[in-house]
Design a protein around this ligand. Structure first.
Ligand SMILES: Nc1ncnc2c1ncn2[C@@H]1O[C@H](COP(=O)(O)OP(=O)(O)OP(=O)(O)O)[C@@H](O)[C@H]1O
Ligand SMILES: [Mg+2]
Length: 423
Protein backbone atom coordinates (compact mmCIF):
# COMPACT_ATOMS: atom_id res chain seq x y z
CA UNK A 1 0.00 0.00 0.00
CA UNK A 2 1.49 3.33 -1.06
CA UNK A 3 0.21 6.50 0.57
CA UNK A 4 0.22 9.98 -0.84
CA UNK A 5 2.20 12.41 1.39
CA UNK A 6 -1.08 13.83 2.70
CA UNK A 7 -2.40 10.35 3.53
CA UNK A 8 0.89 9.39 5.16
CA UNK A 9 0.63 12.43 7.43
CA UNK A 10 -2.82 11.31 8.53
CA UNK A 11 -1.64 7.75 9.22
CA UNK A 12 1.20 9.25 11.22
CA UNK A 13 -1.33 11.03 13.44
CA UNK A 14 -2.93 7.67 14.12
CA UNK A 15 0.39 5.97 14.87
CA UNK A 16 1.32 8.71 17.29
CA UNK A 17 -2.04 8.59 19.02
CA UNK A 18 -3.13 12.01 17.87
CA UNK A 19 -6.54 11.09 16.52
CA UNK A 20 -9.43 12.72 18.33
CA UNK A 21 -12.87 11.49 19.30
CA UNK A 22 -14.27 13.03 16.09
CA UNK A 23 -12.10 12.89 12.98
CA UNK A 24 -13.21 14.53 9.75
CA UNK A 25 -11.49 14.26 6.40
CA UNK A 26 -12.85 17.05 4.23
CA UNK A 27 -12.01 18.69 0.94
CA UNK A 28 -11.93 18.36 -2.83
CA UNK A 29 -13.30 15.53 -4.92
CA UNK A 30 -10.96 12.66 -5.72
CA UNK A 31 -8.41 13.90 -3.21
CA UNK A 32 -7.95 10.49 -1.58
CA UNK A 33 -10.14 10.97 1.50
CA UNK A 34 -12.30 7.88 1.19
CA UNK A 35 -9.39 5.64 0.32
CA UNK A 36 -7.27 6.61 3.33
CA UNK A 37 -10.26 6.90 5.67
CA UNK A 38 -11.00 3.21 5.03
CA UNK A 39 -7.39 2.20 5.60
CA UNK A 40 -7.41 4.18 8.83
CA UNK A 41 -10.78 2.75 9.88
CA UNK A 42 -9.58 -0.82 9.25
CA UNK A 43 -6.35 -0.37 11.22
CA UNK A 44 -8.14 1.39 14.03
CA UNK A 45 -11.00 -1.14 14.29
CA UNK A 46 -8.43 -3.95 14.41
CA UNK A 47 -6.75 -2.24 17.35
CA UNK A 48 -9.97 -2.05 19.39
CA UNK A 49 -11.51 -4.73 21.64
CA UNK A 50 -13.25 -7.65 19.84
CA UNK A 51 -16.37 -7.05 21.91
CA UNK A 52 -17.03 -3.52 20.69
CA UNK A 53 -19.80 -2.73 18.25
CA UNK A 54 -19.08 -0.61 15.15
CA UNK A 55 -21.28 1.20 12.65
CA UNK A 56 -20.67 2.28 9.08
CA UNK A 57 -23.13 4.59 7.40
CA UNK A 58 -23.65 6.45 4.16
CA UNK A 59 -26.47 8.54 2.79
CA UNK A 60 -28.06 5.26 1.75
CA UNK A 61 -26.93 1.65 1.99
CA UNK A 62 -26.48 1.57 -1.77
CA UNK A 63 -24.08 4.51 -1.80
CA UNK A 64 -22.26 3.11 1.23
CA UNK A 65 -21.70 -0.14 -0.59
CA UNK A 66 -20.63 1.53 -3.81
CA UNK A 67 -18.33 4.14 -2.23
CA UNK A 68 -16.89 2.26 0.74
CA UNK A 69 -17.76 -1.36 1.44
CA UNK A 70 -16.45 -2.79 -1.82
CA UNK A 71 -13.28 -0.73 -1.58
CA UNK A 72 -12.74 -1.71 2.05
CA UNK A 73 -13.05 -5.33 1.02
CA UNK A 74 -10.53 -4.76 -1.75
CA UNK A 75 -8.11 -3.09 0.64
CA UNK A 76 -8.19 -5.66 3.47
CA UNK A 77 -9.30 -8.78 1.61
CA UNK A 78 -12.53 -10.77 1.74
CA UNK A 79 -11.47 -12.85 4.70
CA UNK A 80 -10.89 -9.77 6.84
CA UNK A 81 -14.04 -7.95 5.76
CA UNK A 82 -17.27 -9.52 4.62
CA UNK A 83 -20.74 -8.04 4.70
CA UNK A 84 -24.36 -8.39 3.69
CA UNK A 85 -26.32 -5.26 2.85
CA UNK A 86 -29.60 -7.16 3.19
CA UNK A 87 -28.68 -8.22 6.75
CA UNK A 88 -27.17 -4.72 7.20
CA UNK A 89 -24.15 -6.21 8.94
CA UNK A 90 -20.54 -7.05 8.29
CA UNK A 91 -17.48 -8.39 10.07
CA UNK A 92 -14.18 -6.48 9.98
CA UNK A 93 -11.20 -8.24 11.56
CA UNK A 94 -13.62 -10.23 13.70
CA UNK A 95 -15.49 -7.12 14.92
CA UNK A 96 -19.19 -6.75 14.28
CA UNK A 97 -20.03 -3.79 12.03
CA UNK A 98 -23.61 -2.58 11.55
CA UNK A 99 -24.44 -0.93 8.23
CA UNK A 100 -26.98 1.87 7.95
CA UNK A 101 -28.30 4.44 5.49
CA UNK A 102 -28.68 7.83 7.18
CA UNK A 103 -31.51 9.14 5.04
CA UNK A 104 -33.81 6.25 5.78
CA UNK A 105 -36.62 7.81 7.80
CA UNK A 106 -36.34 5.16 10.50
CA UNK A 107 -32.54 5.11 10.70
CA UNK A 108 -32.29 7.51 13.62
CA UNK A 109 -34.58 5.31 15.72
CA UNK A 110 -32.60 2.23 14.67
CA UNK A 111 -29.38 3.48 16.21
CA UNK A 112 -31.16 4.93 19.24
CA UNK A 113 -30.44 2.15 21.76
CA UNK A 114 -26.94 1.26 20.64
CA UNK A 115 -23.64 1.57 22.45
CA UNK A 116 -20.91 1.98 19.88
CA UNK A 117 -17.16 1.72 19.96
CA UNK A 118 -16.77 3.44 16.63
CA UNK A 119 -18.56 4.90 13.64
CA UNK A 120 -17.63 5.61 10.04
CA UNK A 121 -19.61 8.13 7.97
CA UNK A 122 -19.30 8.56 4.21
CA UNK A 123 -20.29 11.99 2.77
CA UNK A 124 -21.34 13.41 6.10
CA UNK A 125 -22.90 16.66 4.83
CA UNK A 126 -25.61 14.55 3.20
CA UNK A 127 -26.78 13.21 6.58
CA UNK A 128 -29.71 14.68 8.48
CA UNK A 129 -28.36 16.46 11.54
CA UNK A 130 -30.72 14.52 13.85
CA UNK A 131 -29.11 11.29 12.76
CA UNK A 132 -25.61 12.64 13.41
CA UNK A 133 -26.52 13.99 16.85
CA UNK A 134 -28.00 10.61 17.76
CA UNK A 135 -24.93 8.86 16.39
CA UNK A 136 -22.54 10.90 18.53
CA UNK A 137 -24.57 10.13 21.64
CA UNK A 138 -24.11 6.41 20.87
CA UNK A 139 -20.30 6.66 20.87
CA UNK A 140 -20.08 6.02 24.56
CA UNK A 141 -17.40 3.39 25.13
CA UNK A 142 -13.96 4.55 26.29
CA UNK A 143 -11.80 5.53 23.33
CA UNK A 144 -14.82 5.62 20.98
CA UNK A 145 -14.18 7.40 17.72
CA UNK A 146 -15.86 8.74 14.65
CA UNK A 147 -14.14 8.78 11.26
CA UNK A 148 -15.97 10.69 8.55
CA UNK A 149 -15.40 12.12 5.10
CA UNK A 150 -17.13 14.91 3.24
CA UNK A 151 -16.90 17.52 0.52
CA UNK A 152 -17.50 21.12 1.62
CA UNK A 153 -20.97 22.61 1.30
CA UNK A 154 -22.45 25.97 2.25
CA UNK A 155 -20.87 27.62 5.34
CA UNK A 156 -24.37 27.60 6.86
CA UNK A 157 -24.40 23.81 6.91
CA UNK A 158 -24.83 22.31 10.38
CA UNK A 159 -21.57 20.39 10.08
CA UNK A 160 -19.66 23.63 9.53
CA UNK A 161 -21.42 25.85 12.08
CA UNK A 162 -21.92 23.31 14.86
CA UNK A 163 -18.74 21.22 14.55
CA UNK A 164 -15.97 22.45 12.23
CA UNK A 165 -16.18 26.04 13.46
CA UNK A 166 -16.18 24.77 17.04
CA UNK A 167 -13.32 22.29 16.58
CA UNK A 168 -11.36 23.97 19.38
CA UNK A 169 -14.13 23.40 21.91
CA UNK A 170 -14.83 19.86 20.74
CA UNK A 171 -12.51 16.86 20.67
CA UNK A 172 -12.41 17.26 16.90
CA UNK A 173 -9.73 16.75 14.27
CA UNK A 174 -10.33 18.38 10.88
CA UNK A 175 -8.01 17.26 8.10
CA UNK A 176 -8.29 19.07 4.76
CA UNK A 177 -7.50 17.40 1.44
CA UNK A 178 -7.05 19.00 -1.96
CA UNK A 179 -7.25 17.41 -5.38
CA UNK A 180 -3.54 18.06 -5.94
CA UNK A 181 -2.82 16.06 -2.77
CA UNK A 182 -3.83 12.92 -4.64
CA UNK A 183 -0.54 12.17 -6.31
CA UNK A 184 -1.82 8.76 -7.46
CA UNK A 185 -3.86 10.38 -10.25
CA UNK A 186 -2.40 11.17 -13.68
CA UNK A 187 -1.95 14.93 -14.21
CA UNK A 188 -4.18 15.10 -17.27
CA UNK A 189 -6.95 13.33 -15.40
CA UNK A 190 -6.67 15.87 -12.56
CA UNK A 191 -6.87 18.69 -15.10
CA UNK A 192 -9.95 17.16 -16.71
CA UNK A 193 -11.67 16.89 -13.30
CA UNK A 194 -10.94 20.55 -12.65
CA UNK A 195 -12.64 21.47 -15.92
CA UNK A 196 -15.83 19.69 -14.89
CA UNK A 197 -16.79 22.26 -12.27
CA UNK A 198 -17.65 25.93 -12.46
CA UNK A 199 -18.91 28.57 -10.06
CA UNK A 200 -19.75 27.59 -6.53
CA UNK A 201 -19.07 23.94 -7.29
CA UNK A 202 -15.53 24.74 -8.44
CA UNK A 203 -14.89 26.57 -5.21
CA UNK A 204 -16.30 23.79 -3.08
CA UNK A 205 -15.35 20.63 -4.91
CA UNK A 206 -12.00 21.68 -6.38
CA UNK A 207 -10.74 24.39 -4.05
CA UNK A 208 -12.32 22.68 -1.03
CA UNK A 209 -13.92 25.85 0.35
CA UNK A 210 -17.13 26.24 2.33
CA UNK A 211 -18.82 28.98 0.32
CA UNK A 212 -22.42 30.02 -0.15
CA UNK A 213 -24.21 29.75 -3.46
CA UNK A 214 -25.20 33.29 -4.35
CA UNK A 215 -25.93 35.39 -7.38
CA UNK A 216 -26.28 34.04 -10.90
CA UNK A 217 -26.44 30.26 -11.20
CA UNK A 218 -25.24 30.14 -14.82
CA UNK A 219 -22.82 33.06 -14.66
CA UNK A 220 -20.85 32.27 -17.77
CA UNK A 221 -24.03 31.74 -19.76
CA UNK A 222 -25.45 35.04 -18.50
CA UNK A 223 -22.26 36.88 -19.48
CA UNK A 224 -21.73 35.15 -22.84
CA UNK A 225 -25.08 33.86 -24.14
CA UNK A 226 -23.76 33.93 -27.72
CA UNK A 227 -21.18 31.29 -26.88
CA UNK A 228 -24.04 28.88 -26.18
CA UNK A 229 -26.60 29.97 -28.77
CA UNK A 230 -27.05 28.42 -32.22
CA UNK A 231 -29.05 30.20 -34.89
CA UNK A 232 -29.47 27.28 -37.30
CA UNK A 233 -29.18 23.92 -35.59
CA UNK A 234 -29.43 21.75 -38.70
CA UNK A 235 -26.55 23.55 -40.42
CA UNK A 236 -24.55 23.58 -37.18
CA UNK A 237 -24.95 19.82 -36.79
CA UNK A 238 -23.92 19.21 -40.35
CA UNK A 239 -20.82 21.39 -40.06
CA UNK A 240 -19.85 19.67 -36.81
CA UNK A 241 -20.44 16.24 -38.28
CA UNK A 242 -22.77 15.47 -35.38
CA UNK A 243 -26.14 13.74 -35.29
CA UNK A 244 -28.93 13.73 -32.76
CA UNK A 245 -29.11 10.33 -31.09
CA UNK A 246 -32.01 11.21 -28.81
CA UNK A 247 -34.93 13.62 -28.94
CA UNK A 248 -36.65 14.28 -25.63
CA UNK A 249 -39.52 16.47 -24.40
CA UNK A 250 -40.13 18.14 -21.05
CA UNK A 251 -43.42 19.61 -19.84
CA UNK A 252 -44.00 21.85 -16.87
CA UNK A 253 -47.61 22.71 -16.09
CA UNK A 254 -48.31 26.13 -14.70
CA UNK A 255 -51.08 27.31 -12.40
CA UNK A 256 -53.13 30.42 -13.06
CA UNK A 257 -50.35 32.82 -12.09
CA UNK A 258 -47.66 30.96 -13.98
CA UNK A 259 -46.93 29.42 -17.37
CA UNK A 260 -47.03 26.04 -19.05
CA UNK A 261 -43.85 25.21 -20.87
CA UNK A 262 -43.07 22.56 -23.49
CA UNK A 263 -39.42 21.95 -24.25
CA UNK A 264 -37.89 19.84 -27.00
CA UNK A 265 -34.24 18.88 -26.52
CA UNK A 266 -31.81 16.88 -28.62
CA UNK A 267 -28.80 14.88 -27.45
CA UNK A 268 -26.06 13.96 -29.92
CA UNK A 269 -24.43 10.56 -29.96
CA UNK A 270 -21.38 12.04 -28.22
CA UNK A 271 -23.34 13.65 -25.40
CA UNK A 272 -23.89 17.24 -26.56
CA UNK A 273 -27.23 18.65 -25.40
CA UNK A 274 -29.09 21.11 -27.63
CA UNK A 275 -32.31 22.82 -26.55
CA UNK A 276 -34.18 22.79 -29.87
CA UNK A 277 -37.71 24.14 -29.64
CA UNK A 278 -40.05 25.54 -27.03
CA UNK A 279 -43.65 26.54 -26.48
CA UNK A 280 -44.45 28.99 -23.71
CA UNK A 281 -48.07 29.40 -22.69
CA UNK A 282 -48.48 32.38 -20.43
CA UNK A 283 -51.48 31.88 -18.15
CA UNK A 284 -51.56 35.58 -17.34
CA UNK A 285 -52.27 36.35 -20.95
CA UNK A 286 -54.39 33.42 -22.06
CA UNK A 287 -56.63 31.15 -20.07
CA UNK A 288 -56.09 27.63 -21.25
CA UNK A 289 -58.40 24.75 -20.36
CA UNK A 290 -57.15 21.13 -20.42
CA UNK A 291 -58.64 20.61 -23.86
CA UNK A 292 -56.80 23.58 -25.35
CA UNK A 293 -53.64 22.45 -23.57
CA UNK A 294 -53.86 19.03 -25.21
CA UNK A 295 -54.28 20.65 -28.62
CA UNK A 296 -51.26 22.89 -28.12
CA UNK A 297 -49.25 19.87 -26.99
CA UNK A 298 -50.25 17.84 -30.07
CA UNK A 299 -49.30 20.70 -32.37
CA UNK A 300 -45.95 21.14 -30.62
CA UNK A 301 -45.10 17.45 -30.74
CA UNK A 302 -46.08 17.21 -34.40
CA UNK A 303 -43.98 20.24 -35.29
CA UNK A 304 -40.93 18.96 -33.38
CA UNK A 305 -41.07 15.31 -34.34
CA UNK A 306 -41.47 16.20 -38.02
CA UNK A 307 -38.27 18.19 -37.77
CA UNK A 308 -36.20 16.22 -35.24
CA UNK A 309 -37.74 12.78 -34.80
CA UNK A 310 -39.69 10.90 -32.12
CA UNK A 311 -38.95 11.00 -28.40
CA UNK A 312 -40.29 10.44 -24.91
CA UNK A 313 -42.15 13.20 -23.04
CA UNK A 314 -41.52 13.74 -19.33
CA UNK A 315 -44.17 15.84 -17.64
CA UNK A 316 -44.40 17.25 -14.12
CA UNK A 317 -45.76 14.38 -12.07
CA UNK A 318 -47.54 16.65 -9.59
CA UNK A 319 -50.30 17.12 -12.18
CA UNK A 320 -51.66 13.63 -12.81
CA UNK A 321 -54.92 14.72 -14.43
CA UNK A 322 -53.14 16.97 -16.92
CA UNK A 323 -50.58 14.26 -17.64
CA UNK A 324 -53.36 11.81 -18.38
CA UNK A 325 -54.76 14.35 -20.84
CA UNK A 326 -51.43 14.51 -22.68
CA UNK A 327 -51.05 10.74 -22.51
CA UNK A 328 -54.47 10.17 -24.06
CA UNK A 329 -53.86 12.85 -26.67
CA UNK A 330 -50.61 11.17 -27.66
CA UNK A 331 -52.37 7.80 -27.95
CA UNK A 332 -55.52 8.83 -29.75
CA UNK A 333 -53.75 11.13 -32.18
CA UNK A 334 -50.85 8.77 -32.76
CA UNK A 335 -48.28 11.37 -31.75
CA UNK A 336 -44.69 10.20 -32.01
CA UNK A 337 -44.16 10.42 -28.28
CA UNK A 338 -44.96 8.52 -25.13
CA UNK A 339 -45.94 10.58 -22.08
CA UNK A 340 -44.34 9.63 -18.77
CA UNK A 341 -43.88 11.18 -15.35
CA UNK A 342 -40.89 13.46 -14.93
CA UNK A 343 -38.27 12.08 -12.57
CA UNK A 344 -38.03 15.38 -10.69
CA UNK A 345 -34.54 14.92 -9.35
CA UNK A 346 -33.36 17.28 -6.60
CA UNK A 347 -32.99 20.75 -8.16
CA UNK A 348 -29.35 21.05 -7.12
CA UNK A 349 -28.53 17.84 -8.99
CA UNK A 350 -30.23 19.19 -12.11
CA UNK A 351 -28.27 22.43 -11.79
CA UNK A 352 -25.03 20.45 -11.41
CA UNK A 353 -25.76 18.58 -14.62
CA UNK A 354 -26.43 21.72 -16.66
CA UNK A 355 -23.33 23.40 -15.22
CA UNK A 356 -21.25 20.34 -16.05
CA UNK A 357 -22.51 20.38 -19.65
CA UNK A 358 -21.79 24.10 -19.93
CA UNK A 359 -18.32 23.75 -18.41
CA UNK A 360 -17.44 21.04 -20.89
CA UNK A 361 -18.81 22.85 -23.95
CA UNK A 362 -21.63 20.32 -24.28
CA UNK A 363 -24.62 22.61 -23.92
CA UNK A 364 -26.21 24.68 -26.67
CA UNK A 365 -29.55 26.34 -27.10
CA UNK A 366 -31.26 27.21 -30.35
CA UNK A 367 -32.32 30.82 -30.75
CA UNK A 368 -35.78 29.31 -31.28
CA UNK A 369 -35.90 29.06 -27.45
CA UNK A 370 -35.85 32.71 -26.25
CA UNK A 371 -37.67 31.91 -23.00
CA UNK A 372 -35.15 29.25 -22.02
CA UNK A 373 -32.25 31.56 -22.92
CA UNK A 374 -33.70 34.25 -20.73
CA UNK A 375 -34.46 31.80 -17.91
CA UNK A 376 -30.88 30.47 -17.86
CA UNK A 377 -29.41 33.97 -17.99
CA UNK A 378 -31.50 35.20 -15.08
CA UNK A 379 -31.59 32.18 -12.74
CA UNK A 380 -30.22 33.13 -9.32
CA UNK A 381 -29.71 31.55 -5.94
CA UNK A 382 -31.77 32.68 -2.98
CA UNK A 383 -28.98 33.76 -0.68
CA UNK A 384 -31.31 34.12 2.29
CA UNK A 385 -31.81 30.38 2.51
CA UNK A 386 -29.60 28.23 4.74
CA UNK A 387 -29.10 25.62 2.01
CA UNK A 388 -28.49 26.08 -1.73
CA UNK A 389 -31.86 27.12 -3.14
CA UNK A 390 -32.82 28.37 -6.57
CA UNK A 391 -34.85 31.56 -6.19
CA UNK A 392 -38.46 30.87 -7.09
CA UNK A 393 -40.38 34.03 -6.28
CA UNK A 394 -41.92 34.68 -9.69
CA UNK A 395 -39.14 37.01 -10.83
CA UNK A 396 -37.38 34.35 -12.89
CA UNK A 397 -38.80 31.82 -15.32
CA UNK A 398 -38.59 28.60 -13.33
CA UNK A 399 -41.13 26.90 -15.62
CA UNK A 400 -38.69 27.03 -18.52
CA UNK A 401 -35.87 25.67 -16.40
CA UNK A 402 -38.04 22.85 -15.03
CA UNK A 403 -39.26 21.78 -18.47
CA UNK A 404 -35.73 21.74 -19.86
CA UNK A 405 -34.46 19.77 -16.86
CA UNK A 406 -37.29 17.24 -17.07
CA UNK A 407 -36.26 16.63 -20.67
CA UNK A 408 -32.63 15.78 -19.90
CA UNK A 409 -32.64 14.29 -16.39
CA UNK A 410 -33.52 10.74 -17.54
CA UNK A 411 -30.14 10.77 -19.31
CA UNK A 412 -28.21 12.03 -16.27
CA UNK A 413 -25.89 9.04 -15.91
CA UNK A 414 -25.02 8.84 -19.61
CA UNK A 415 -24.49 12.58 -19.87
CA UNK A 416 -22.28 12.65 -16.80
CA UNK A 417 -20.25 9.67 -17.99
CA UNK A 418 -19.87 11.07 -21.53
CA UNK A 419 -17.79 13.91 -20.09
CA UNK A 420 -15.19 11.75 -18.42
CA UNK A 421 -12.01 11.32 -20.37
CA UNK A 422 -10.97 8.35 -18.24
CA UNK A 423 -13.38 5.73 -16.96
N1 LIG B 1 -2.94 5.81 -1.87
C1 LIG B 1 -3.67 5.45 -2.92
N2 LIG B 1 -3.29 4.44 -3.73
C2 LIG B 1 -4.01 4.11 -4.82
N3 LIG B 1 -5.14 4.74 -5.22
C3 LIG B 1 -5.57 5.77 -4.45
C4 LIG B 1 -4.87 6.17 -3.28
N4 LIG B 1 -5.52 7.22 -2.74
C5 LIG B 1 -6.58 7.45 -3.54
N5 LIG B 1 -6.60 6.57 -4.57
C6 LIG B 1 -7.59 6.55 -5.67
O1 LIG B 1 -7.87 7.89 -6.07
C7 LIG B 1 -9.24 8.05 -6.40
C8 LIG B 1 -9.86 9.16 -5.54
O2 LIG B 1 -9.73 8.81 -4.18
P1 LIG B 1 -10.95 8.85 -3.17
O3 LIG B 1 -12.14 8.19 -3.73
O4 LIG B 1 -10.47 8.37 -1.86
O5 LIG B 1 -11.20 10.42 -3.13
P2 LIG B 1 -12.24 11.26 -2.24
O6 LIG B 1 -11.43 12.37 -1.65
O7 LIG B 1 -12.97 10.38 -1.32
O8 LIG B 1 -13.14 11.85 -3.37
P3 LIG B 1 -14.71 12.28 -3.31
O9 LIG B 1 -14.76 13.58 -2.56
O10 LIG B 1 -15.00 12.48 -4.76
O11 LIG B 1 -15.45 11.19 -2.65
C9 LIG B 1 -9.88 6.70 -6.17
O12 LIG B 1 -9.94 6.04 -7.39
C10 LIG B 1 -8.93 6.01 -5.21
O13 LIG B 1 -9.01 4.62 -5.30
MG1 LIG C 1 -15.07 9.96 -1.14
Amino acid sequence: MIYTPKQRALMELWRTNQLRRLNLLEGSVSSGKTWVSLVLWAFWVRSMPQTGLFLMCGKSLTTLKRNCLLLLQELVGETNFYFSTSAKEGVLFGRRVLLEGANDIRSESKIRGLTLQGAYCDELTLFPQDFFVMLLSRLRLPGAKLIATTNPDTPRHWLKTDYIDRADELDFLDVRFLLDDNTTLPRDYVESIKREYVGVYYERLILGRWVIAEGLIYRDFANNPDKYTISDVKTWLMKQGRRLGTVTFGVDFGGTGSATKFQCTGITGDGVVIALEEEYIDHHKESVDPDALNKRFAAFINRCTAKWGAGITRADSAEQILIRGLFNTAQTQGLRTQVKNALKMPINDRIKLTLLLMAQGRFYVSKECPYLINALASAVYDDKKPVDTRLDDGTSDIDSLDAFEYSIEPYYKQLEAAGHTRD
